[in-house]
Design a binder for this molecule. Structure first.
Ligand code: HEM
Length: 141
């Protein structure tokens, strides 16, 4: 499966124009729809976290044409998420919430094709982050 890079880039350029709305929408929905993940963020500086999340999404979209860069960045990010108490099942709730926030922000531009492109991209991101997490755990054991 190859990702629809053009569609991911063009739809994300629209999100970049409303980054604060996007991240506010993401965290609001995450905590309302999945209150069980709230404790993971108990010590987190919630002023900074949305900016960090957005920066990493920018990096991901900018690296779609450089698989090595993407793989390294995501494996590293995934291994750090073990320290934050993140479990594999949490990736599904974050994926649902990213897609929901994209849908809300993109409005009419959220077509079936765009939805499919992001859903496939998130699966790849999740897979690489979980691989990084698994490798980091294996190094500790
Ligand atoms: C696409 C998937 C994800 C991306 C791009 C992402 C991005 C980030 C980034 C950039 C940070 C800042 C720290 C660092 O760079 O290591 C971070 C921290 C964090 N993320 Fe994620 N994350 C993702 C998935 C998740 C999931 C599934 C959860 C679980 C609900 C989660 C919970 C957290 C928590 C608790 C922190 C720590 C904040 C702190 O206290 O410093 N993230 N994430």
């Amino acid at each position: 499966m190859s990702l629809n890079v053009e569609l991911l880039e063009s739809s994300f350029s629209q999100i970049k124009e409303q980054r604060t709305d996007f991240t506010t929408c993401f965290y609001n929905n995450l905590f309302v729809d999945y209150p069980e993940v709230k404790p993971l963020f108990a010590q987190t500086q919630m002023e900074e976290q949305p900016k960090k999340l957005f920066k990493s999404l920018v990096l991901i979209v900018e690296s779609l044409r450089q698989p090595d860069v993407l793989t390294n960045a995501l494996k590293g990010l995934g291994s750090r998420h073990i320290d934050y108490g993140v479990l594999p099942e949490h990736y599904l709730v974050v994926g649902n919430t990213i897609l929901k926030a994209l849908a809300i922000c993109l409005e009419d531009a959220w077509t079936l094709e765009v939805e499919q492109a992001w859903s496939e991209a998130y699966s790849v991101v999740m897979k690489l982050m979980l691989e990084g997490a698994k490798e980091a755990e294996a190094r500790v054991l």
